[in-house]
Design a binder for this molecule. Structure first.
Ligand SMILES: *Cc1c(COP(=O)(O)O)cnc(C)c1O
Length: 378
């Protein structure tokens, strides 16, 4: 019988995970050593030299990330922001990048505060509008950055035409897929050249490790520059962080099903609530990006936001009353979080003040809905 291609649930558990050759340990040991022995002839027959360049735990994590994302290779970073920074700085000097206006605010802060300048020209466009993207195009545009659904309004960008336009003009497409981990969407199949993740979020999944990753569709010369930055700057996760992220990944496909099912239950409850003016969740038929999301996502993910009829005061009051949803930033952990996004984004944030963002966790959906019901009842 011909072996079938392993499915994501199987890949998540087996990729990068062989029993330890020396001890037989089924769970990989953590290799804290920063340096590795060479043979008398000067060679490194086991393939490791120094942990900044490579480490067994990082290599295992990268193997499972590449396999799950359907890429040629992966590089792990110390944070999602470090991963994004490496992708942008790997571009040739003077390159122009088009980024979405609705971009994760931390990446915008990093780009505007440190990366943009004569070496990297940037423009922000409405990425959901292909005509706007075309109008902003320049001769030296080398990269288009996509985040779909966007944070925190969950706007949907149709990836295929964006990739079609970029590739026809010799540019590349990077997708920040932090909100759409493997099992929720497949940006590489839709044409993305590189996929960026904050592994801090769903991939690790337990709110206990900071990390990032870049997965590439092809091991080409741009990829070589990303790897050069990773290995020579050393903005890399330590062995224990790699081990934690790898452990989290083993349950990713199952966790994502739970997050999506719970988010759908919460979104439909909120959509029918009189105190709620609007729910931003691509799984709702009323969402303007629903048709595109239906086509390019496998599920609608675990993130949503909603706006209160009573304005900012009502939003703050509701967030103050939840018991299961913890008031905290970040997302993608097993526990549900609620956040008044405009507050964390600070001055200059374009996020409506009456908006609350939810990272819907893996508690029972009825308990989550009951918690929101009591918080909204006031
Ligand atoms: C959190 C996040 C990042 C940044 O990741 P860090 O690990 O916090 O640096 C990037 N993009 C998105 C969409 C995120 O949610």
């Amino acid at each position: 019988m011909a072996a079938s291609k392993p499915r994501p649930e199987t890949v998540a558990i087996h990729a990068g995970s062989e029993p330890d050759a020396t001890t037989g340990a089924v769970v990989p040991p953590i290799h804290l050593s920063t340096t590795f022995e060479r043979d008398a002839d000067g060679s490194y027959p086991r393939g490791f030299v120094y942990t900044r360049s490579d480490n067994p735990n990082r290599r295992a994590l990268e193997a499972v990330l590449a396999a799950l994302q359907g890429g040629a290779a992966a590089a792990a970073f110390a944070s999602g922001s470090a991963a994004a920074s490496a992708v942008l700085r790997a571009l040739p000097r003077g390159a122009h990048v088009l980024l979405p206006r609705e971009i994760y605010h931390g990446i915008r802060k990093l780009v505007d505060g440190a990366l943009a300048g004569p070496e990297l020209r940037v423009d922000y466009v409405d990425m959901t509008d292909i005509a706007a993207l075309e109008a902003a195009w320049r001769e030296e545009t080398a990269l288009v950055w996509v985040e779909t659904p966007s944070n925190p309004l969950l706007s949907i960008t149709d990836l295929s035409p964006v990739c079609g336009l970029a590739h026809a003009r010799g540019a590349r497409v990077a997708v920040d897929a932090t909100w759409t981990p493997p099992g929720v969407a497949d940006p590489i199949a839709l044409g993305a050249d590189v996929v960026v993740h904050a592994t801090t979020k769903y991939l690790s999944g337990h709110s206990d490790v900071l990390g990032g990753a870049v997965v590439t569709a092809r091991a080409d010369e741009v990829w070589e520059r990303i790897i050069f930055l990773q290995r020579n700057e050393g903005a890399v996760p330590g062995p224990f962080d790699c081990w934690l992220a790898h452990r989290g990944l083993r349950t990713l496909p199952y966790r994502m099903r739970g997050h999506a099912a719970n988010a759908e239950a919460v979104a439909s409850f909120l959509a029918g609530h009189e105190a709620v003016a609007r729910v931003h969740y691509p799984g709702l038929a009323s969402h303007p990006g629903h048709a595109v999301a239906k086509r390019q996502m496998t599920s609608y993910g675990g993130m949503l936001s909603f706006r209160l009829r009573g304005g900012e005061a009502a939003a703050m009051a509701a967030a103050a009353r939840t018991r299961l949803f913890t008031r905290a930033t970040s997302l993608g952990g097993v526990e549900s979080l609620i956040e008044h996004r405009a507050s964390i984004e600070g001055p200059g944030s374009g996020t409506p003040a009456d908006l609350l963002r939810l990272s819907v966790g893996l508690e029972h959906p009825d308990d989550l809905v009951a918690d929101l019901a009591q918080a909204l009842a006031g």
